[in-house]
Every structure is written in C-alpha cells, then in structure tokens.
Design a protein around this ligand. Structure first.
Ligand code: ADP
Ligand code: MG
Ligand code: MG
Length: 199
C-alpha cells in the first residue's frame, strides 16, 4: 500500500531530480522554446517542498492536491498549470483514503493525464509532456519500472516529431530533431515515482 509518506517521498525525489537536471531542461527549452523550463520546474518544486513542510497534508490525495495548487500558483509558464492539473486531478481521484494501492494510483493518474490533455488540447504525438505521460500510465499497469522505462522512451521518441502545441509549435518544422523539454521533465517525475517505489 502507498501511504502519505510514499507520496511525500515521490515529490521529494521529483524535486531532487529537477534540481539535478534543471540545466539540461533549460538547455532543451532553449532549442525549441524560451529557455525557462528548468527554472520554471525548479521554482515550482522548491515551492512544493516548502508548502509540504508547512502544511503537513493528511493523506495521499491531499499531498498531491496541495502540490498541484502550489505549481499552478508559482510557475508562470505553460508547464505550471499543466503539471498542477496533473497532480491536483490525480489527488482528487485518490480521494481521502489514508493508503492507496498501485492499481488505484494508476487509475488516478490516468484521470490526471486525461485532464492535462483536455486543458492543453494536446494528444500523443504532438511533442509534449503527454508523449511521456501517456505511455507511462499504460505501463504502470505492469510495474513502476516499466512506467519509468516507457516515460524515458516516450521522451526520446519526441526528437523526430514536429511540435503541434506550445511554444515549440511556433517553430514549425524547425522543432524537429530536438527532445521536448516537458516530455523530459515528465520522464524525471515518473522516474522519481519508480525510484520511490523501489523499482
Ligand atoms: P513555456 O512554454 O510557457 O515557457 P515551459 O517551458 O515551462 O513553459 O514548458 C514547456 C513544455 O510544456 C513543453 O516542452 C511541453 O512539453 C509542455 N506543453 C506546452 N504546451 C502544452 C500543451 N498545450 N499540452 C501539453 N503540454 C504542453
Ligand atoms: Mg519555456
Ligand atoms: Mg516561458
């Protein structure tokens, strides 16, 4: 069973991964965006760590809802509302249980990812974070390790794609040949999840 500590652990591992990879995320965003994805994620996850310390949310759902709300209010770029929605909607789907199964987490994440697709109007193949998140949720039915692998592969698979959403889409064909920053950060978040699960 996955308890409140597991979800705090996931977000802590995600924040550490963002710190470690911030320069790379910004570098990817400088090729096809506005060179702020690393700093956006850093600002957001630092704020998440601060609020989790201060407010001590009671259950898995409450942890994710609080973190999501914090991302929405602190990250200016497109990724803030999108990741904020992912966490908030996933948290809402988990409800107020004190522990959840990995099957329940998979279903809740499916709801969260669908909310991201709806908010951003994007689908798989548009060269966005969804290219990592959607295959990850599918693979999570198998295992945490499979989800992390699927997210990594999904992020890599954005390289030959032409962006159809977000800033990168303004570049048209010139977005081809670069890995999407948001798909890359999504792979970090899913990797942190697998790490926390001990996969
Ligand atoms: P901004 O583009 O506002 O500077 P960031 O650089 O923080 O925001 O995030 C960019 C990432 O957000 C992209 O690499 C992409 O993965 C994701 N993204 C942008 N627009 C959308 C969208 N409409 N749907 C899903 N993901 C999107
Ligand atoms: Mg950007
Ligand atoms: Mg920006």
């Amino acid at each position: 069973m996955l308890d409140t500590g597991f979800f705090r652990g996931w977000l802590t591992a995600a924040a550490a991964a963002v710190e470690r990879e911030a320069d790379r995320l910004t570098e990817l965003d400088s090729a096809i965006g506005d060179a702020d994805h690393g700093s956006n994620m850093q600002r957001g996850f630092r704020a998440v760590m601060t609020v989790l310390e201060k407010e001590q949310p009671a259950g898995p759902g409450a942890v994710l809802i609080l973190a999501g709300r914090q991302l929405i209010s602190t990250v200016g770029g497109a990724s803030g509302p999108l990741y904020g929605t992912l966490l908030r909607r996933t948290g809402k789907a988990l409800g107020d249980a004190t522990e959840v199964t990995s099957a329940q987490l998979t279903e809740a994440l499916r709801t969260g990812v669908a909310a991201v697709a709806q908010l951003g109007g994007a689908k798989a193949g548009d060269k966005t974070m969804l290219d990592a998140l959607e295959p990850a949720v599918e693979a999570l039915g198998t295992s945490f390790a499979a989800a992390a692998e699927a997210a990594d592969q999904g992020a890599l698979a954005t390289v030959p794609l032409q962006a159809r959403k977000g800033r990168a889409s303004y570049l048209g064909e010139r977005s081809i040949g670069h890995q999407d920053p948001g798909a890359t950060s999504s792979a970090l978040l899913i990797g942190a999840l697998a790490h926390t699960a001990g996969a």
